[in-house]
Design a protein around this ligand. Sequence first.
Ligand code: NOJ
Length: 535
Amino acid sequence: MGAMTDPSPWWSRAVFYQVYPRSFRDSNGDGVGDLDGVTAGLDYLADLGVDALWLNPVTVSPMADHGYDVSDPRDIDPLFGGIEALDRLVAAAHERGIRITMDLVPNHTSSAHPWFAAALAAGPGSAQRARYLFRDGTGPGGVNPPNNWISIFGGPAWTRVVERDGAPGQWYLHLFDPEQPDLNWDNPEVFEDLEKTLRFWLDRGVDGFRIDVAHGMAKPPDLPDMQLAENKLLADMDSDPRFNHEGVHDIHRNIRAVLNDYPDAVAVGEVWVYDNAAFAAYLRPDELHLGFNFRLVRAEFGADEIRDAIENSLAAVALQDATPTWTLSNHDVEREVTRYGGGPLGLARARAMALVMLALPGVVFVYNGEELGLPNVDLPDEVLQDPVWERSDRTERGRDGCRVPLPWSGDAPPFGFSTTADTWLPMPADWASSTVERQLADPESTLHFFRRALRLRRDRSGVVGAELTGLSSEDGVLTVQTEGGLRCVLNAGAHPVDLPAGEVLLTSAPLQEHSPSLRSPRPGRLPPNAAAWVL
Ligand code: NOJ
């Protein structure tokens, strides 16, 4: 591993596969996926052709937000198999040339973290409280929260504590769940502890991190009120005082200084910042290696919208000569099959968009189940687990629908995911046709399609995923052209279109034959909601 002669880092055109560990594969029959389950799936992932994994949080947690509430950042939760299971996974992945990156959650801890317990016990004004954002309330007796900030999950971003004498006391800030108190990043102890965590995992052989809420952490000192109009997880947060405060860049510089001691390590930040210059600031040479660009996630299925998303993503990274990243979905958003219309239409569009994404230069993130063409699942109220559901007074269903366990084999739930049918989220019976087993047996399946696309991206790297030489949209047709002459054509319009002359490397749907009388040298016609790679 680590090509000594290649000046570009291993991740510069990597395909990352995002594993939501609860939902990938369960090795011990408790209905929840775990790290030995991921290890058992490594051959599947190697055959798929991925270069690296991003594991959603597996550190010790009460799981109020499924691991994004960390109570010990330097150990693995027993639910996922403990630290030995991580060691086994890292070793087995490295044997197959697959890198492992972990989620790092620096914006907040769990309320079960020993620091928070100590802060509650120590009282106002103490050094223990100074690791978090405790403030006195406003109004008579401090009955009102210190400002009007609301939690991303709904409800106020402040919770009032009861002091040791039993009286109502100070308030603490939590941009997410009350069980996720925000850390005070002005306190040097907070970074000292994060540095320990970074080195702990890197010394154990982990290859890098996905940094949660990488545009959070720093807060404006006076904590000014926010505009309350928009408070969605995906909302445009550029003018939101809760995020993207200038001080965050010093934090990233400090993180990078540690990572520089591990030359192969990579950090990719979750940066929900839309202005190109503001986004690019996170990618300065001494900050993050990579930033998630969510423009493709937000784009409607339309040639102009997708061209605009690609153009802006490239323009942003160009400002810092950084590497672009692409993603169509993750554990926080509705799966793209559903976003694009659901059913066969949604699936056709999702496959087409996968070809567009995989044609682009830089780093690609594939979310587990995307390669199976899984849709979002409409779950009944009583099984919902995402804190968003309760925190929004049951007005937002939350993100469980994109987190349902993966179907591996067999004709009925749990489809080989687990040995118990009592999986942490129920699996739909009609996923029988989407299992890995069924798709491996069908050469036209979405799984085989992804395998072919990933293989071409790896084997034909001079053309697939090479630098762009052209990008246009006209009459519902998007054309992406790369160095080496690949044309990726996406037909987002209503009628079949002619493809350019050349060798068809891959299509997301069967082409339509020209009428034989035409004797065209061109390949067949590309139907609507499909894409093709032509060389
Ligand atoms: C972003 C993560 O992707 C999401 O799942 C989580 O709930 C929040 N950050 C809070 O950590």
